[in-house]
Design a protein around this ligand. Structure first.
Ligand code: G6Q
Length: 546
């Protein structure tokens, strides 16, 4: 398949961009009173307003041509059919099977994986229930009070986000901790104050070879044994989630009692599997199942809604429009919800590890930009920090605002203020403030004409910054499941537009490999001298600080 930049759709979009780049969002709103109705839609528990984007009906029709020329519909069908859409690793990417709540069989290499999925979900249900009701006890017969989930990247970010987001549903008797970083400060501070007789470690690693996770798991095991834990009862305090039974056994755990993962699910897409065990323990299996329900609803929407009314497709197309034609380098995630504080980090991995690629599926270098830098933070905090650049900086930064209409707490006034800020920021970014408006504001405040002239230019906000607003009724398991699946599919749509494989991560693996070599040199206490002068010099400095 030729590069998208050679396609008719790309040429048409480039020509259209020349006209639209000069148009202000204010004018689009002034010209089209029905813009909000035309450019908004509902999918399951989510509502999306995408009217504050620099698009017209014509833009969307050209973007949809790009999707057609990229064979988007057939790629979606291949994804759901379990074809090896991860071509480099020759694997399907079937995270949708983990949350397939229909009776539809899903096959991998000719065999239905749904019985495997259901069996593992049933084990999660009984295990999480036992931990929650105190039936699962430690070596001394005491119930578990603290669960420490050890894992990194895809084996940590998803469960961590969901546990924090669904805290209002959590069992208060249980504390869930996450340890990802190999920095000893993390596990050291987590273990301080825990009672080994009441602590359960959930070691999550698809490969069970990840250096950081194994180092943390070994430290946890040594801590448990040092504090008088019974070596025979290791299995009551450690449970593994992995595809690698041999390595689990090497660690000292019974693979039969471990939870399975499958190589047809990528790490960053795995929170819906037993990787989500900390979630099921925290909020209960029924809530976990609601999370799956919400994701499944979004899967069905993505699979069946026409592209022009398909939420992940629209978000993907509009994001690619800014990257490809406006030179936007980043995309901001702005949840107006304290409980979604981990969402930017989760989406950073999902998007940047998936679409941070520079060759096509066929290995040909691309001549256009691919995945954006994803970043962000919660509102209203961000308004008092980085929002300044969005309002008056020189870069185009598309953003997603995300909020729940009803809070879980009873502080109605706080919630109204939060939502008012969320809606106001989107409006301010879209409209901006003209020189005349700035002057008028100063005049109204009683400023003298010279003062108005002096200050007004500094108060101008160009506006025209695009944003989406995603609203849900409540941040509940179903809405959260739909939200995360929405972004998973958006990332897939963009990968198809850019002709790249979103499911491998060879870049990440290069870093892991080099760290292993340098670790050997640090352990030997001397640089091998075989690297570049910077790496050699830094190794020498670490080995002999003086
Ligand atoms: C995710 C990535 C990566 C992975 C971690 C942990 O898609 O591949 O973030 O999840 O490196 O890997 P393990 O689960 O194998 O320990």
């Amino acid at each position: 398949m030729p590069l998208p930049t050679r396609s008719a759709a790309w040429a048409a979009l480039a020509a259209h961009h020349k006209t639209l780049a000069r148009v202000h969002l204010r004018d689009l709103f002034d010209q089209e009173p029905g813009r909000f109705e035309r450019f908004s839609l509902e999918a399951g528990p989510l509502f999306l307003d995408y009217s504050r984007n620099r698009v017209t009906t014509r833009t969307l029709s050209l973007l949809l041509d790009w999707a057609r020329e990229s064979d988007l519909e057939s790629w979606v069908a291949r994804l759901f059919a379990g074809e090896a859409v991860n071509q480099t690793e020759r694997r399907p990417a079937l995270h949708m099977a983990l949350r397939n709540r229909s009776n539809r069989p899903i096959e991998v290499a000719g065999s239905d994986v749904m019985p495997l999925v259901h069996a593992e979900l049933a084990r999660m249900r009984s295990f999480s229930a036992a931990v929650r009701d105190g039936g699962w006890t430690g070596h001394s017969g005491a119930p578990v009070t603290d669960v420490v989930a050890i894992g990194i990247g895809g084996s940590s970010l998803g469960p961590r986000l969901v546990v924090e987001a669904l805290a209002p549903y959590a069992e208060p008797r249980l504390r869930i901790h996450f340890v990802a970083n190999v920095d000893g400060a993390e596990i050291d501070s987590t273990l301080a104050g825990l009672d080994p007789a009441r602590t359960l470690f959930v070691v999550i690693s698809k490969t069970f070879t990840t250096a950081e996770t194994l180092a943390n798991a070994r430290t946890a095991r040594a801590w448990y044994l040092d504090k008088g834990g019974d070596p025979q009862a290791l299995g009551r305090h450690f449970v593994a989630i992995s595809t690698n039974a041999a390595k689990v056994a090497e660690f000292g755990l019974d693979p039969e009692k471990s939870f399975a993962m499958w190589d047809w699910v990528g790490g960053r897409y795995s929170l819906w599997s037993a990787v989500g065990l900390p979630i099921a323990i925290a909020v209960g299996f029924d809530r976990f199942a609601e999370l799956l329900d919400g994701a499944h609803e979004m899967d069905e929407h993505f699979r069946s809604a026409p592209p022009a009314a398909n939420m992940p497709v629209l978000l993907g197309l509009i994001g690619a429009w800014y990257g490809g034609f406006f030179g936007a380098a980043s995309h901001a995630i702005l949840p107006y919800d304290r409980r979604l504080a981990q969402l930017p980090a989760f989406l950073q991995q999902l998007d940047m590890e998936s679409n941070g690629k520079r060759v096509t599926r066929e290995g040909e270098p691309v001549d256009y930009t691919t995945g954006p830098i994803v970043w962000g933070g919660v509102g209203t905090d961000g308004q008092h920090a980085f929002f300044q650049l969005l309002h008056q900086g020189t870069r185009l930064v598309p953003a997603d605002f995300i909020a729940a209409i009803e809070p879980h707490h009873g502080l109605a006034e706080h919630h109204r203020m939060l939502l008012a800020n969320c809606l106001a920021q989107g409006e301010a970014l879209m409209r901006g403030r003209t020189l005349a408006e700035a002057g008028a504001e100063l005049a109204a405040a009683g400023a003298a004409p010279e003062e108005q002239q002096r200050l007004a230019p500094h108060m101008v906000c160009p506006g025209n910054q695009p944003s989406n607003t995603i609203l849900m009724r409540r941040l509940d398991p179903r809405s959260l499941g739909a939200l995360l699946a929405l972004y998973e599919h958006k990332v897939f749509v963009q990968a198809v537009l850019w002709r790249i494989n979103p499911f491998d991560q060879y870049g990440v693996e290069l870093g892991k490999k080099l760290a292993t070599g340098i670790l050997r040199e640090l352990e030997a206490g001397a640089p091998s001298g075989t690297r570049d002068s910077s790496t050699n010099g830094l190794i020498a400095k670490v080995v002999s600080p003086s």
